[in-house]
Write a protein that binds this ligand. Structure first.
Ligand SMILES: Nc1ncnc2c1ncn2[C@@H]1O[C@H](COP(=O)(O)OP(=O)(O)O)[C@@H](O)[C@H]1O
Ligand SMILES: O=C(CO)[C@H](O)[C@H](O)COP(=O)(O)O
Length: 476
């Protein structure tokens, strides 16, 4: 069974290069948009060949969503990103409304002369972000469980049915979220269905309810090695809530007619299953050899190491996603950019980072977390943040935080080696932190490995590769 994007990666003969012209608009409109053409000059309108086929990848990350549009050579034609609008639903945030609005705003942001050339669409979302919906209408029955939300009260029940140290045996797992909802009084168990964030957003486009991919379904218990749910899960009373599962980048249906007519997409534009955001980042980096790894430095720190061996150990938050005949071994920490954003603006990060000497070891020893709770390389829902003592000098403070996050990254890769994964020999960086060259140097020193910025740092690019794969399957 091959991972859909791996054959795409091998067939890409063109390493896309692009300029960096940005069109910054006000908040209500697109946050930024790049439009390219083959020779990389930024244009207000990209000229598209009359018969050119374009591919749309949408990344729904932690802090915002982006799209990348590529041609069949992987050349970027357009990109844009938006922060999520803030809506509240009583005392909690209305994430579902934010995600849905952002999806259709991003579709509107695509220039019309590009939209009509898009023949395939895919979406990635944050892993284990879970929505329980009405199986008839697709409308959410409850608020979503976010990727980093823990349901420790469900852990004993999950541990009682799953094999020891299975991926689902961790409080933030999708299965713990499902069991937590199932055990709530008043849950409408009769017509309920579990979807992941990417599945639900894709359903808005194709209208076929109840389909997921084997990356998103990993943390509810799906086994990508045998391509089925395990028997210990099939016999559970909530089994019928689980979505059907296919490979990422599998065409599900054509874009709904009402959307085709509203936005001016191609008549036969297909909508394909997606993946998770850190796998999309791995696909974007186009790492193909065992030992190569991608660290996603987004709001969170997620590491993915291409390994010949599959490793699973929920005691440390380690699990493996399937990629072709190999495994993406890794985990996701709650540390990362979200802590930086709590303390500094992006401009401050840039100016303070310029003053850091990455060759100097920081003696400040922090564990930067946005709040209590860690998933990997320590799986502890009660682990407290450690960000004190704060020095007078913010350059010194930021240096200590960046170095402490690098130490967490190093601990993660060291743990994968101890557990038997292929040893890491090169790290590519994706996500917002990839632009910080001083941080890259600190990480090289702490990891003792070559660290570089991935050729494509946006997960949306990896998801656009899945859309290419879906178009090539011609199965609709
Ligand atoms: N120069 C920088 N150095 C380090 N981190 C940065 C820098 N600029 C932005 N970031 C961080 O990048 C993160 C956003 O990255 P992104 O990949 O968009 O996140 P996500 O997809 O998880 O929402 C923010 O948390 C921000 O703090
Ligand atoms: O941290 C996250 C959100 O950004 C996700 O948990 C991240 O996607 C890691 O999960 P996976 O390894 O399943 O992709």
């Amino acid at each position: 069974m091959s991972h859909p994007a791996s054959t795409i990666l091998s067939s890409l003969t063109y390493t896309p290069k692009f300029g960096n012209g940005l069109l910054i608009c006000n908040k209500r409109r697109v946050l930024s948009m790049n439009m390219r053409n083959g020779n990389n000059k930024k244009r207000s309108e990209v000229s598209v060949g009359a018969s050119e086929r374009l591919y749309l990848g949408l990344d729904f990350g932690t802090s915002g969503a982006r799209f990348a549009i590529v041609n069949n050579l992987g050349t970027i034609q357009a990109e844009a990103k938006r922060h999520y609008p803030l809506y509240s639903n009583g005392e909690s945030r209305d994430w579902v409304r934010s995600w849905k609005e952002t999806l259709f705003l991003l579709l509107e942001d695509i220039p019309l002369n590009i939209r009509k050339h898009i023949v395939s669409i895919s979406i990635d979302g944050t892993s284990a972000t879970t929505i329980i919906v009405d199986s008839d209408t697709g409308e959410p029955l409850w608020r979503p469980f976010l990727y980093n939300e823990s349901c420790p009260e469900a852990l004993p029940a999950v541990k009682s049915i799953a094999p020891p140290n299975h991926t689902v045996c961790s409080a933030p797992s999708t299965l713990c979220k499902l069991v937590s909802w199932w055990n709530r009084d008043g849950s409408n168990k009769k017509s309920a269905l579990l979807l992941h964030q990417a599945d639900w957003l894709l359903w808005l486009l194709h209208g076929k309810l109840g389909v997921s991919d084997y990356n998103n379904a990993l943390k509810v218990g799906y086994d990508p090695e045998v391509d089925s749910y395990p028997s210990w899960l099939v016999c559970q009373p909530y089994y019928n809530l689980l979505p059907s599962v296919v490979a990422p980048g599998t065409p599900i249906a054509c874009l709904k007619e009402e959307l085709r007519n509203k936005f001016g997409f191609q008549k036969d534009c297909v909508v394909c299953t997606g993946t998770t955001d850190s796998i999309a980042a791995f696909l974007a980096a186009q790492a193909t050899q065992p030992g190569e790894a991608v660290t996603s430095l987004g709001s969170t720190l997620a590491i993915k190491l291409l390994s010949n061996t599959r490793i699973e150990d929920s005691r440390f938050g380690v699990y493996s996603h399937r990629l072709d005949d190999k495994w993406l071994v890794g985990g996701a920490s709650n540390t990362g950019g979200v802590v930086l954003r709590q303390l500094f603006t992006d401009d401050q990060l840039e100016k303070l980072s310029e003053q850091i000497d990455p060759s100097q070891i920081s003696l400040l020893d922090y564990y930067p977390l946005p709040k209590a709770g860690e998933r990997f390389p320590v799986a502890d829902p009660d682990l407290a943040p450690r960000l004190l003592p704060r020095p007078e000098n913010d350059v010194e403070y930021l240096h200590g935080i960046l170095e402490s996050i690098a130490r967490i990254e190093a601990k993660g890769y060291g743990l994968l080696k101890e557990l038997g994964a292929t040893e890491v020999d090169q790290v590519f960086t994706a996500g917002g932190g990839a632009k910080n060259e001083k941080w890259t140097k600190i990480r090289e020193r702490v990891l003792g490995l070559p660290v570089s910025r991935a050729s494509q740092t946006e997960a949306a690019y990896g998801t656009a590769l899945l859309a290419i794969k879906g178009d090539q399957q011609n199965i609709l």
